[in-house]
Design a protein around this ligand. Structure first.
Ligand SMILES: [Zn+2]
Length: 166
Protein backbone atom coordinates (compact mmCIF):
# COMPACT_ATOMS: atom_id res chain seq x y z
CA UNK A 1 0.00 0.00 0.00
CA UNK A 2 1.43 3.34 -1.02
CA UNK A 3 1.15 6.46 1.06
CA UNK A 4 0.86 9.81 -0.62
CA UNK A 5 3.54 12.30 0.25
CA UNK A 6 2.32 15.83 -0.32
CA UNK A 7 4.85 17.89 -2.17
CA UNK A 8 3.17 21.19 -1.22
CA UNK A 9 4.09 20.84 2.44
CA UNK A 10 6.20 18.54 4.56
CA UNK A 11 3.32 16.39 5.81
CA UNK A 12 2.55 12.81 4.90
CA UNK A 13 -1.07 11.79 4.49
CA UNK A 14 -1.85 8.32 5.80
CA UNK A 15 -5.11 7.04 4.27
CA UNK A 16 -7.84 5.96 6.69
CA UNK A 17 -7.77 2.38 5.33
CA UNK A 18 -4.14 2.09 6.41
CA UNK A 19 -4.96 3.19 9.94
CA UNK A 20 -7.90 0.76 10.01
CA UNK A 21 -5.92 -2.16 8.55
CA UNK A 22 -3.11 -1.66 11.04
CA UNK A 23 -5.63 -1.48 13.92
CA UNK A 24 -4.21 1.77 15.26
CA UNK A 25 -7.18 3.98 14.38
CA UNK A 26 -8.62 4.08 17.90
CA UNK A 27 -5.29 3.92 19.66
CA UNK A 28 -4.89 6.32 22.59
CA UNK A 29 -1.33 7.21 21.68
CA UNK A 30 0.91 6.57 18.73
CA UNK A 31 4.65 6.23 18.65
CA UNK A 32 6.92 6.98 15.73
CA UNK A 33 10.03 4.86 15.33
CA UNK A 34 12.53 5.79 12.67
CA UNK A 35 14.73 3.35 10.84
CA UNK A 36 17.13 4.22 8.04
CA UNK A 37 15.06 4.87 4.89
CA UNK A 38 11.72 4.43 6.64
CA UNK A 39 9.68 4.81 9.77
CA UNK A 40 7.05 2.89 11.69
CA UNK A 41 3.96 4.33 13.33
CA UNK A 42 2.90 1.99 16.10
CA UNK A 43 0.66 1.94 19.12
CA UNK A 44 2.31 3.68 22.03
CA UNK A 45 0.61 1.33 24.47
CA UNK A 46 0.38 -2.39 23.73
CA UNK A 47 -0.42 -5.62 25.50
CA UNK A 48 1.83 -8.64 25.07
CA UNK A 49 -0.03 -10.07 22.07
CA UNK A 50 -0.16 -6.69 20.33
CA UNK A 51 3.59 -6.33 20.83
CA UNK A 52 4.19 -9.85 19.46
CA UNK A 53 1.98 -9.10 16.43
CA UNK A 54 3.91 -5.95 15.49
CA UNK A 55 7.24 -7.73 16.04
CA UNK A 56 6.03 -10.57 13.79
CA UNK A 57 4.85 -8.08 11.17
CA UNK A 58 8.22 -6.32 11.11
CA UNK A 59 10.04 -9.65 10.86
CA UNK A 60 7.82 -10.66 7.92
CA UNK A 61 8.37 -7.29 6.26
CA UNK A 62 12.12 -7.68 6.71
CA UNK A 63 11.98 -11.14 5.12
CA UNK A 64 9.85 -9.86 2.24
CA UNK A 65 12.39 -7.10 1.52
CA UNK A 66 15.32 -9.50 1.51
CA UNK A 67 13.37 -11.98 -0.64
CA UNK A 68 12.61 -9.15 -3.07
CA UNK A 69 16.31 -8.26 -3.30
CA UNK A 70 17.20 -11.93 -3.75
CA UNK A 71 14.70 -12.11 -6.62
CA UNK A 72 16.35 -9.12 -8.30
CA UNK A 73 19.82 -10.68 -7.98
CA UNK A 74 18.69 -14.13 -9.11
CA UNK A 75 20.16 -17.56 -8.60
CA UNK A 76 23.88 -18.13 -9.06
CA UNK A 77 24.95 -20.71 -11.58
CA UNK A 78 28.27 -21.26 -9.80
CA UNK A 79 29.95 -18.09 -11.08
CA UNK A 80 33.62 -17.69 -10.19
CA UNK A 81 32.92 -14.79 -7.83
CA UNK A 82 30.45 -16.70 -5.65
CA UNK A 83 32.55 -19.87 -5.49
CA UNK A 84 35.53 -17.81 -4.25
CA UNK A 85 33.56 -15.32 -2.15
CA UNK A 86 34.66 -16.85 1.18
CA UNK A 87 38.29 -16.15 0.27
CA UNK A 88 37.70 -12.44 -0.21
CA UNK A 89 38.76 -10.34 2.71
CA UNK A 90 39.01 -6.73 3.69
CA UNK A 91 42.19 -4.98 2.55
CA UNK A 92 44.07 -3.70 5.58
CA UNK A 93 47.02 -1.33 5.26
CA UNK A 94 48.86 0.60 7.97
CA UNK A 95 47.61 4.17 8.50
CA UNK A 96 50.98 5.77 7.63
CA UNK A 97 50.95 4.19 4.16
CA UNK A 98 47.43 5.47 3.52
CA UNK A 99 48.37 8.94 4.81
CA UNK A 100 51.42 9.04 2.57
CA UNK A 101 49.28 8.08 -0.41
CA UNK A 102 46.77 10.81 0.46
CA UNK A 103 44.02 8.25 1.06
CA UNK A 104 41.71 8.90 4.03
CA UNK A 105 42.23 6.30 6.77
CA UNK A 106 38.60 5.16 6.65
CA UNK A 107 38.42 5.01 2.86
CA UNK A 108 37.07 1.97 1.07
CA UNK A 109 39.95 0.27 -0.75
CA UNK A 110 40.15 -1.97 -3.76
CA UNK A 111 43.11 -3.90 -5.13
CA UNK A 112 44.03 -5.25 -8.51
CA UNK A 113 46.94 -7.08 -10.01
CA UNK A 114 48.15 -8.61 -13.23
CA UNK A 115 48.96 -12.25 -13.26
CA UNK A 116 52.57 -12.98 -12.20
CA UNK A 117 53.40 -9.24 -12.11
CA UNK A 118 54.62 -9.46 -8.52
CA UNK A 119 52.74 -6.25 -7.90
CA UNK A 120 49.42 -5.40 -6.26
CA UNK A 121 47.95 -1.94 -6.71
CA UNK A 122 45.67 -0.70 -3.96
CA UNK A 123 43.52 2.34 -4.66
CA UNK A 124 40.69 4.21 -3.02
CA UNK A 125 37.40 2.81 -4.33
CA UNK A 126 35.22 5.14 -6.32
CA UNK A 127 32.04 3.45 -5.05
CA UNK A 128 30.24 3.94 -1.75
CA UNK A 129 29.05 0.41 -0.98
CA UNK A 130 30.10 -3.16 -1.61
CA UNK A 131 29.81 -6.56 0.09
CA UNK A 132 31.90 -5.32 3.04
CA UNK A 133 28.94 -3.12 4.01
CA UNK A 134 26.33 -5.88 3.88
CA UNK A 135 25.20 -7.27 7.27
CA UNK A 136 26.15 -10.91 7.83
CA UNK A 137 22.51 -12.04 8.11
CA UNK A 138 21.86 -10.93 4.53
CA UNK A 139 24.99 -12.68 3.25
CA UNK A 140 23.97 -15.85 5.12
CA UNK A 141 20.47 -15.85 3.58
CA UNK A 142 21.87 -15.23 0.10
CA UNK A 143 24.46 -17.99 0.45
CA UNK A 144 22.01 -20.53 1.88
CA UNK A 145 19.47 -19.85 -0.86
CA UNK A 146 22.05 -19.82 -3.67
CA UNK A 147 21.51 -16.21 -4.68
CA UNK A 148 24.30 -14.66 -6.77
CA UNK A 149 26.54 -12.52 -4.53
CA UNK A 150 28.24 -11.02 -7.58
CA UNK A 151 24.89 -9.68 -8.78
CA UNK A 152 24.27 -8.20 -5.34
CA UNK A 153 27.68 -6.53 -5.30
CA UNK A 154 27.11 -5.12 -8.76
CA UNK A 155 23.80 -3.60 -7.60
CA UNK A 156 25.57 -2.15 -4.56
CA UNK A 157 28.46 -0.64 -6.49
CA UNK A 158 26.29 0.83 -9.24
CA UNK A 159 23.65 1.89 -6.66
CA UNK A 160 20.94 0.50 -8.95
CA UNK A 161 17.30 1.00 -8.03
CA UNK A 162 16.17 -2.44 -6.84
CA UNK A 163 12.82 -1.49 -5.32
CA UNK A 164 10.07 0.58 -6.86
CA UNK A 165 10.14 2.60 -10.05
CA UNK A 166 13.09 4.78 -10.85
ZN1 LIG B 1 27.26 -15.87 -8.49
Amino acid sequence: MKIIKESSNKNIIIPLEVLKASKILNSRDLELKTVENGFIVMKGTMNAMELIKIAEGLKNLSEDLITHLAGICGRCDDCSYCTRFEEFDEILLPDYLLEEAGIPINAKLCAYTEEDSGEIVVIESDHNYDMADVPQFVIDIFEISGVCIRELEENLILENIVYGDE
